[in-house]
Design a protein around this ligand. Structure first.
Ligand SMILES: [Fe+2]
Ligand SMILES: [Fe+2]
Length: 198
């Protein structure tokens, strides 16, 4: 699976088939619309839509191999940076993202208490530098760290949680570097179109 390549070839199909299939209980375009409704930063920012899409693909690649809860991984990609208030140091932004997901439970987010707790903790702690043995938390956190190249940071293997993540460093980092902010403008536009927001 390569979501970004497929997006270029078949944008609608990429979301419906590649991503939608991993989160069958969720209306992802509606969730994204709800997130962007109160989103205060630029859509072409370092922590915005194109980053979320890359985190989603990174996480699905890891999760398919390590047995993570893929629906949680998909939701993490959308929510984890959804309530940032700046592009720099915003330490509580993960907690805010988790709380926002919580506010949508029963409306747009449909996870059991156990699975929601995983999503919430993945969001809350994602930028604290922790490592974990848990497959789902590890897939989420590694997916985010593998995209650090866009802000000039090279991911370090020993700061990742999963073997799958470590094996992906070269590929993911090369993509993160290429898809920095200037290029992200186009990616963001493409993803907002795919996700039926424009
Ligand atoms: Fe973050
Ligand atoms: Fe992130």
């Amino acid at each position: 699976m390569n979501m970004i390549t497929n997006v270029i070839a078949d944008p609608v199909g990429a979301l419906r088939q590649k991503v939608g299939a991993y989160a069958p209980a969720h209306d992802l375009p509606a969730i994204l619309e709800s997130i962007l409704d109160g989103y205060v930063l630029s859509l072409n920012g370092y922590h915005s839509v194109a980053h979320w899409a890359r985190v989603m693909e990174n996480g699905l690649r890891i999760g398919e191999a390590n047995g993570a809860d893929l629906e949680v991984v998909v939701l993490f990609a959308l929510f984890h940076d959804s309530r940032r208030i700046n592009e720099g140091t915003d330490r509580p932004h993960g907690l805010r993202g988790g709380k926002f997901a919580s506010s949508l439970r029963g409306e747009l987010v449909h996870l059991s208490d156990d699975r929601f707790e995983m999503l919430y903790e993945a969001c809350r702690l994602h930028s604290e530098g922790h490592t974990t043995e848990d497959a789902t938390l590890g897939a989420c956190w590694d997916a985010d760290r593998l995209d650090l190249g866009r802000v000039g940071i090279t991911p370090e293997a020993d700061r990742l949680c999963t073997e799958q993540g470590r094996q992906m460093i070269e590929w993911a980092h090369a993509r993160a570097i290429v898809n920095r902010r200037a290029y992200d403008i186009f990616e963001a536009l493409r993803f907002t179109k795919i996700w039926q927001l424009s």
